[in-house]
Design a protein around this ligand. Sequence first.
Ligand code: DP6
Length: 406
Amino acid sequence: PVYQVTASAPVNIACIKYWGKRDTTLILPTNSSLSVTLSQDNLRSTTTSRSSSSFEKTRLWLNGVEEVIKPGARLDRCLAELRRMRKENVEDKDPSVPKLSTWNLHIASYNNFPTAAGLASSASGFAALTASVAALYGLNAFPQHPSSSYSPPADASQLSLIARQGSGSACRSLFGGFVAWEMGKDSNGRDSLAIQVAPESHWPSLHALICVVNSGKKGTSSTAGMQETVLTSELLKSRIKDVVPSRMSSITQAILAKDFDSFAKITMQDSNQFHAVCLDTFPPIFYLNDVSRAIIAIITELNRVSVEATGHLVAAYTFDAGPNAVIYTESENIKTIIQLLLNYFPIDFAASPFNDSFQLFGVGHPSAAPFPKGFNENVSRVWEKDSIKGLIHTKIGDGPRVLGEE
Ligand code: DP6
């Protein structure tokens, strides 16, 4: 027989950034991090895993292209962990179940967004792989889709230990909503896991707007870049020791209280400091470009006029290891922000592969609107050659889903 499970998993975008490993094999970080899980309605990885005693070897296809599985590398280690859990938790307890831990696997994984969009496909990819093989092995029950009353299974944190060994940020995609990756202390990594801070239902008005700035492949990979930083940056040491621990607790408080001002300020400060430690790396690493910096200037100006008028911030930008911006804001401001961006960037919606995401949330195909009162229209007009190539408007979403079993 062939056993088969398909599962999907979401993308997550960190507000407190993971950057640096203390163990590069087990993927143990030098600081804790915290992210927001984005809705799988827009962005997801979907993985089908099959197991059969007749498969001659374990094989993997990514977006339809077969990849080489290197012995001892990340995928191989994740699968070894899942096999061990299958044997210890299932087969040793019930000798009547098939010995799937000894059979080879065929795994096929797809992203529903272009890899070229420069979004975190390794996070959703390793989370979907972990969720699908875990379900195949009877280790976990992520809810079936559609699920009205989603709550993550109690042992999702245990599975996050496995996803973490595929790609650090993947451990956070095992939960929906607001998720912390606690760095842990043990050298064996057993306490370096993801926990849910609050489910997506906690703050449904918080939305994300992804500005796809550069769809090309990034210069320095996260994996290589962060180790250069660990080796050469003095600033990283003080970030790890003096900054991140207090930010982790303040942003957790802000999320629990739905305090957008604090959430936004900490998120922007942490993105800025992450890019500062990249610049402090020797030789330096540059992920932001002129368009990224222009987006920072526009959001900063928007927040300035808003604080003047209402006393509150309206948006927070954050950037990962590339020039794309993710803007967090309450849903009522999405339209204004898109219209504001259109005053600066000639976004060609017809040519954008992402234009559908507008209709999904009723924003409609927008056009530029007048600047808010007091807004400095000359803020950073520096991007004549380059622009925003697409916008994706998305909600906060849930964790992995099992889509089908055979
Ligand atoms: C900037 O998880 O991609 O997105 O563990 O080496 O696979 P590896 O790195 P990865 O790094 C993500 C870095 C980041 C910040 C974050 O997501 O926290």
